[in-house]
Ligand binder design. Structure first.
Ligand SMILES: [Zn+2]
Length: 714
């Protein structure tokens, strides 16, 4: 019998949202087992896997700039999306028909996981079977569609065999067509599972399902549709069907003991340069970042009644934290509105009428500060306070709100490691870069583990030495240090950098966790500014594209490094999470879903064959297999990401540019569900990701070497 998981929204109150999990028995509508509630307070932020009501709901979320952590997936005909949201936002979504499926991570977990990882630096760890879902009806009506099996792959991991398939119907405009896959294994077991329609940007793509557990090696598969269509019989292929060379005896790995802050990463770079002097250069990238700094701000007045937001023009650490601001009653009749600044106190003396009553409005106070203290302060009327009488208030203390005490408050020099025996441009170059997105804590662990494996083994393993003879390796472990510092010290879901381009009321400190530029939407090709999908002009959006292409130091650094080293022919942009392996095109125009140009057949073949090798190398560590449905062009397998770095590297600089999303979903055999791991999983998981994806990067170096060797001599 099939125990089907069902989630029911239970209650929405002003302060608490609850979704209740129940396990109704087959054929039973009544909850059977004790409920496991998902609770999130209204103001708490969490990463939640949510089942959306329909495509329209998803489209609204995307249009509103919602922080989508992952590509929404289809399950049981519904759309699953991983969203970073508050309890209030979740409650609103729920009231519109969405249901919470899994709290992947809460706002506090990251800090705790960091602390845990540091405390238990030695901690180390390293997947059931059931009949698949019952088959769907097949009508006997006249056949009106044709089915094509586009993909059918199987693999075995942790003793469990999985089958994944993708099927296209010619009845592309019929949203109700049902497609069912029937399979048979080598020992004769049979079963079926349903596929679900996948649309993107309003266009039918194909039908697919998440990888399905099967009891053995599948040898035969057919698809049938509710319109009577039947596919040809297909033999599923082994995925990825590529195995890297075995690790030699004594191969050194596991150089990662804990999550690494930007300061830790800086120290690691320094140590590697010192320890492997003959094989390493450290490159200071040309554009210093803003640093872990913010303008200091305060509410003058009561935001719930009437208030003006006052902020310093300079950063808080530049002598502006602690500056006071106040409004005073001059205590005399017929006084004008005045603004004065002395002894670190900004004093606004309110205007009075003939009776001596203060008469200045919030707007007048803000305008006076902006007019008379423009070199030191900016003032904005709080939303809802426009035109209200300005109260006598303060003194309020300006503060940048930054909590990190061990972070240098100065512009940061982002560094790259260059590894190789011949670091002179004569060898094919490979670039691995990570943490464009601040909250993706596992990603620098991947690139640093990779770098140290190459260096440490160069002395003991002839094959590694040979790779460093033939390939010139560039590694930027941390593209976005300021955002990373903010993620570690202030708000663990920080994705963007710390540069605040907002104006007006968007600068209200209540928006402090939404400021910054999405570095991976700030590049020049297929950008938001060019009309492509997946970037935003809203400075508070998770995918804010900045004020212009390459407006940010962080993105400019990546391009500067690639431009300065034209031998770089391969690049990997390391992100988390979800388990993806991707390449261009990474963006399309909304109207008609027109992507950036598709690679040629030859290049597409290179991308796919290399991907299989690299996916095989990742699997070598702990059996993690990146799904075929998540291996392919970004625009096809994830979403449109306007202005991402890989597209600029590929289309502008001719580099074969890939993207990893490390942190594959883990199979839960007890629930028969794939579960998301999140941005800052417990360290054991992050450690596993670092080890397996470092192996993937080593394979990328082999791909580069083989590519170079196959080129005709100059
Ligand atoms: Zn990312």
């Amino acid at each position: 019998m099939i125990v089907r998981r069902r989630w029911t929204a239970a209650a929405t109150t002003a302060i608490l949202f609850s979704a209740v999990l129940s396990h109704p028995g087959p054929g039973s509508a009544a909850p059977a087992d004790p409920a496991t509630p998902i609770t999130l307070s209204a103001t708490e932020t969490a990463l939640v896997r949510v089942q959306l009501r329909d495509q329209a709901q998803l489209d609204r979320l995307v249009a509103a700039g919602t922080d989508l952590a992952n590509r929404p997936r289809t399950r049981d005909g519904r759309i699953l999306a991983d969203l970073v949201l508050t309890g209030a936002q979740l409650a609103e979504l729920t009231s519109q028909g969405a249901t919470a499926v899994q709290v992947v991570q809460r706002a506090e977990d990251g800090s705790r996981h960091y602390a845990d990882s540091v405390r238990a630096a030695q901690a180390r760890t390293a997947a059931g079977l059931r009949a698949p879902a019952a088959g769907q009806r097949t009508t006997t009506a006249a056949v009106v569609d044709t089915l094509q099996v586009q993909q059918a792959y199987w693999w075995t991991t942790g003793g469990q065999t999985f089958l994944q398939t993708q099927v296209a119907t010619t009845a592309t405009d019929d949203p109700d067509v049902e497609i069912t896959v029937s399979w048979r294994t080598s020992d004769g077991a049979t079963g079926t599972f349903p596929l679900f329609r996948f649309e993107d940007s309003g266009e039918y793509q194909y039908h697919y399902a998440l990888p399905q557990p099967v009891p053995g090696r599948p040898v035969q598969l057919t698809a049938t549709s509710s319109l009577g269509g039947v596919s040809r019989v297909v033999t599923p292929a082994l995925w990825p069907n590529a195995t890297p060379p075995p690790l030699p005896a004594g191969y050194q790995k596991d150089f990662i003991d804990a999550y690494l802050t930007p300061t830790d990463i800086q120290a690691r770079i320094k140590r590697l340069a010192r320890q492997y002097r003959d094989l390493v250069d450290v490159i200071d990238l040309p554009n210093k970042t803003q640093g872990y700094r913010r303008n200091a701000a305060a509410y003058l007045g009561d935001p719930a009644v009437a208030a003006v937001v006052v902020e310093s023009v300079r950063f808080g650490d530049q002598g502006m934290n602690g500056v006071q601001v106040r409004t005073v009653d001059p205590g005399r009749r017929n006084r004008p509105l005045t603004v004065g600044y002395r002894d670190r106190v900004l004093t606004v003396s309110l205007a009075t009428d003939t009776a001596g009553k203060t008469v200045s409005t919030t707007d007048e106070v803000a305008a006076a500060i902006n007019a008379r203290q423009a070199n030191r302060f900016r003032a904005t009327v709080e939303d809802g306070s426009a035109g209200l009488p300005m109260p006598v208030a303060g003194p309020a203390r300006l503060d940048d709100g930054l909590q990190g005490t061990e972070v240098p408050a100065r512009p940061w020099t982002v560094q790259a490691l260059r590894l190789g025996v011949h670091r002179d441009g004569s060898r094919v170059g490979v670039l691995a870069y990570s943490q464009e997105h601040a909250r993706e804590w596992a990603t620098p662990l991947v690139t640093l583990e990779f770098a140290e494996r190459m260096l440490a083994n160069a002395r003991t393993d002839p094959a590694t030495r040979e790779l460093l003879e033939q390939v010139d390796i560039f590694v930027i472990p941390m593209v976005n240090p300021d955002g990373a510092n903010y993620s570690f010290n202030d708000f663990n879901f920080q994705r963007k950098n710390l540069v605040n381009h907002c104006t007006g009321s968007a600068r209200d400190p209540k928006n402090r966790t939404s400021w910054g530029v999405d570095i991976n939407r700030n590049y020049t090709v297929g950008s938001y500014f060019d009309g492509y999908v997946g970037g935003s002009a809203n400075c508070l959006s998770g995918t804010y594209s900045g004020t212009a292409e390459l407006s940010e130091a962080e993105s400019s650094n990546v391009i500067a490094l690639a431009q300065a080293h034209p031998n770089i022919k391969f690049a990997m942009n390391v992100h988390s999470y979800g388990g993806y392996f991707m390449w261009p095109p990474g963006a399309y125009r909304a109207d008609g879903r027109i992507t950036l140009p598709r690679p040629s057949i030859d290049e597409s073949t290179l991308f796919l064959n290399s991907a299989r090798r690299i996916v095989g190398a990742i699997a070598q560590e702990r059996g993690t297999v990146t799904w075929p449905s998540q291996t392919g062009p970004v625009a096809d397998v994830l979403y449109s990401a306007a202005g991402n770095s890989a597209d600029q590297l590929y289309y502008e600089l001719g580099i074969f540019a890939w993207d990893f999303e490390v942190g594959n979903d883990r199979w839960n055999a007890a629930t028969n569900e794939w579960e998301g791991v999140g941005f800052q999983p417990p360290f054991d998981e992050a450690h596993g990701e670092s080890q397996e994806y470092a192996g993937g990067l080593v394979e990328m170096v082999r791909v580069a070497r083989d590519y170079a060797a196959a080129q005709p001599a100059p």
